[in-house]
Ligand binder design. Structure first.
Ligand code: 13P
Length: 277
């Protein structure tokens, strides 16, 4: 089947008061594990990779892998380029066939964020692609190399941002952060509620690793339609691989590969079940 249109997934999620899981991948085993969970639960997912991951997982390789998995799947799977930091990398992702992209200019001043996001929306439209952007600052950073301070999204500015940029989805900052939380976050559901009223587009929750089931459910009830999970999958892959190599005197690649995929499968399955609400 063709690569799934993420718009369809967002509409369906809104109708059924659920969220679509967007699962970060960095190699073939991660793709296999995530797709296995999606097929087993007959639930569409989004496969995504962020720009910071390209140092270890080159974009051309990952694009081919992710697009092949989406096309082969009998359950709809969308393919998203996450946290594009350089607009040229976003354009490269579009040219490689990603049907959804995120431009993250959240650290720039408001007007500069608008200007670059508008350019990316214009370019993405040439491909019929979906665009997510971020306003406010989600804590930490994808990949963990930087510790950005949380700055919650302003609901009125968010409405203006959506209107002036023409984006399709907005990543919100409501006390969420990337990576493992040192203590349970206290999410600003009051701000999310206001954002849900002011913003005309689906809302995206980053930093899903470590949130409780109740937090996910409450966020979904307040308009979150896409939830990003990265660290939990990377950690579960490493844990599962280590359990295998610790259990044997002579590890072989094929069994190791299966354990890596299994670690991701377990994590993705757990999250899909919660997000299906
Ligand atoms: P976590 O690594 O905290 O799950 O965040 C993932 C994310 O938001 C990717 O954009």
């Amino acid at each position: 089947m063709p690569v799934c249109d993420i718009r369809r997934l967002m509409e369906d999620a809104a109708t059924n008061n659920r969220a679509v899981g967007a699962f970060s991948v960095g190699n073939m085993e991660m793709v296999l594990g995530a797709v296995k969970a999606s097929l087993e639960l007959k639930t569409p997912i989004i496969l995504q990779i962020a720009e910071v991951r390209l140092k270890t997982s080159p974009l051309e390789y990952m694009a081919a892998l992710m697009l092949a998995a989406a096309k082969k799947s009998s359950v709809p799977i969308a393919v998203h380029f996450d946290h594009g930091l350089d607009e040229n990398t976003v354009y490269k992702a579009l040219s490689l066939g990603f049907t959804s992209v995120m431009l993250d200019a959240s650290l720039l001043p408001f007007e500069e964020n608008i200007a670059i996001t508008k350019r990316v929306v214009k370019k993405a439209r040439e491909y019929g692609a979906f665009v997510e952007a971020e306003l406010g600052v989600v804590g930490g950073s994808e990949g963990g190399s930087k510790a950005h301070k949380i700055n919650c999204t302003d609901p009125l500015l968010a409405a203006e941002f959506c209107e002036r940029t023409g984006i399709d989805a907005l990543a919100v900052a409501i006390g969420n952060a990337h990576g493992n939380y040192p203590i349970l976050p206290s999410l600003r559901f009051d701000i999310l509620e206001a954002l849900n009223k002011t913003c005309p587009v689906p809302l995206v929750l980053h930093g899903g690793t470590g949130m409780t089931d109740d937090m996910f459910r409450k966020a979904i009830s307040l308009g979150i339609r896409k939830i990003n999970i990265a660290t939990a999958s990377f950690d579960n892959l490493a844990k599962s691989a280590k359990a295998y190599t610790d259990s044997t005197k002579k590890a072989d690649y094929f069994t190791l590969s299966a354990h890596m995929a299994d670690g991701v499968y377990e994590n993705v399955k757990k999250h899909i079940e919660i997000f299906n609400n």
